[in-house]
Ligand binder design. Structure first.
Ligand SMILES: Nc1nc2c(ncn2[C@@H]2O[C@H](COP(=O)(O)OP(=O)(O)OP(=O)(O)O)[C@@H](O)[C@H]2O)c(=O)[nH]1
Ligand SMILES: [Mg+2]
Length: 444
């Protein structure tokens, strides 16, 4: 028989109210043991909770959800108690004494998934909604919880089944004159599907960025003012600033919120050749972080005289010429020439002037919006989805290339369909499910 599980559903610490929830076949018995009779399903009732010895635990609001009309699909109950640590601790103790067990992270949602209350992508939406810190993360997670990805997956799957039926008909009736014709009829459905999957793969990058944060790297020569700019943007002394070149060694990430999106701005070690082992490692890390970032901002010491050190930049990156308050040195001219050659937009600031930092923040905000805002929310939002979409697309493309060998094409269509099924977790092995649910918090 399934265990009956319990867990606090609210965060630890003091609060007005704490919620403890139960799920499983013994939930009703546990409510009766602690609170007397079970209340009417889905109606709140005020009860005194008592442990097995008859000692009062708290006055609580008790909710009873009879399965399958509950979050997990099993019998469930909730106790809304006063949110003091001792109250919660003695309630948990009383539940354990009744033979119930503390839930694992994500176990409630896992049961909901196993009982068909939501698919795997929706369960991931639940986790993302709990993690959401920005408005964009919240909207995207809510959309996923609403089943947006599952709906898209069902549409894609229908096309595959249509194509598969045609291939199979052609394989089953080889004597008739159908094969070439059938392959030709399956082709448009598959080609359209390939287009949809390509688009979903473009969008999933946006979805991942919204979830994890848009990454902006501040890069450039030592002493250009990268750390000063990071601190000004983050509004705190996140990085050490000194007049000594080579101050920053580690990558220092500061989370920010721009236009309702999560953004990670990273200060990095100044780029130069060095015999100092520690600094050299810092420069390697700076280059790696910058390469993987969504936007690189090349910071230049505008008052400097040395030729500008040019980092590896991508089209549409930015160049910020700093220390405008000190006037121009030869480095400004070098940087302008390089920036023009690389087609990189240039802005001039003094990191010490709040108005300049505000203007820079606006430029960065516009870049974030341009990269992440779309007419529609991305349906796929994480690496797991991206890999499965990629696998499905590859299979569909192979099926399209194989029209003389209908049996092989049919097999590719079947494998594409399997990859798409795994998005909603229909056929996933235990290990994949374990990985998804273990990232949840306890009580969800
Ligand atoms: N006058 C002036 N000085 C600045 C400005 N921005 C930074 N500085 C100074 O330039 C020096 C270097 O600044 P940092 O922010 O440490 O430079 P960095 O690019 O992080 O340097 P590394 O960590 O060595 O790569 C410090 O003395 C700052 O006070 C500015 O806009 N105007
Ligand atoms: Mg620095």
């Amino acid at each position: 028989m399934t265990d009956t599980i319990f867990a606090p559903a609210t965060a630890a610490g003091r609060a007005a109210v704490a919620v403890v929830r139960l799920s499983g076949p013994m939930s009703g018995a546990a409510v009766r043991a602690l609170a007397g009779a079970t209340p009417k399903p889905r109606q709140a009732a005020v009860r005194t909770l008592r442990d097995a010895g008859g000692q009062g635990i708290d006055q609580a609001l008790v909710l009873w959800f009879e399965g399958p009309a509950s979050y997990t699909g099993e019998d469930c109950a909730e106790f809304h108690v006063h949110g003091g640590p001792a109250v919660v601790a003695s309630l948990l103790e009383a539940l354990a004494a009744l033979g119930l067990r503390l839930a694992e992270p994500g176990e409630f949602t896992r049961r909901a998934f196993e009982n068909g209350k939501l698919d795997l992508a929706q369960a991931e939406g639940v986790a993302d909604l709990i993690e959401a810190e920005t408005d964009a993360q919240r909207r995207q997670a809510l959309d996923q919880l609403g089943g947006a990805l599952g709906h898209a997956q069902a549409r894609w799957r229908d096309r595959l089944i249509e194509a598969l039926a045609m291939f199979e008909a052609a394989v089953d009736f080889p004597d008739e004159e159908v094969p070439a014709d059938v392959a030709a009829r399956a082709r448009p459905a598959l080609a359209e599907l390939a287009g949809d999957l390509e688009q979903a793969l473009v969008d999933v990058k946006r979805g991942e960025r919204v979830r994890e944060g848009f990454r902006i790297a501040l890069v450039g020569a030592p002493n250009a003012g990268k750390s000063t700019i990071l601190n000004a943007l983050a509004r705190r002394e996140a990085a050490i600033v000194t007049a000594t070149p080579g101050t920053t060694r580690d990558v220092i990430e500061a989370p920010m919120r721009l236009a309702g999106y999560k953004v990670l701005v990273a200060d990095t070690a100044g780029l130069r050749d060095t015999h100092d082992e520690i600094e050299a490692e810092g420069v390697r890390r700076a280059r790696r972080w910058a390469e993987e970032a969504d936007l690189r901002v090349w910071i230049v010491d505008g008052a400097g005289e040395a030729p500008a050190t040019v980092p590896a930049l991508h089209p549409h990156d930015l160049c910020v010429i700093n220390k405008a308050d000190l006037g121009q040195g030869a480095e400004t001219g070098h940087a302008l020439v390089e920036a023009r050659a690389l087609n990189v937009e240039v802005h001039r600031v003094s990191a010490w002037k709040p108005a300049d930092i505000a203007a820079l923040e606006q430029v960065l905000e516009a870049r974030v919006v341009e990269a992440l805002a779309g007419a529609e929310l991305p349906t796929a939002t994480r690496l797991r989805h991206r890999e499965l979409l990629g696998e499905a697309l590859e299979r569909v493309r192979r099926a399209l290339d194989l029209d003389d060998d209908l049996e092989l094409a049919a097999e590719d269509v079947r494998l594409a369909s399997r990859a798409l099924d795994r998005i909603t977790g229909r056929i996933d092995p235990e290990e994949v499910l374990g990985r998804v649910f273990s990232s949840f918090c306890i009580g969800k």
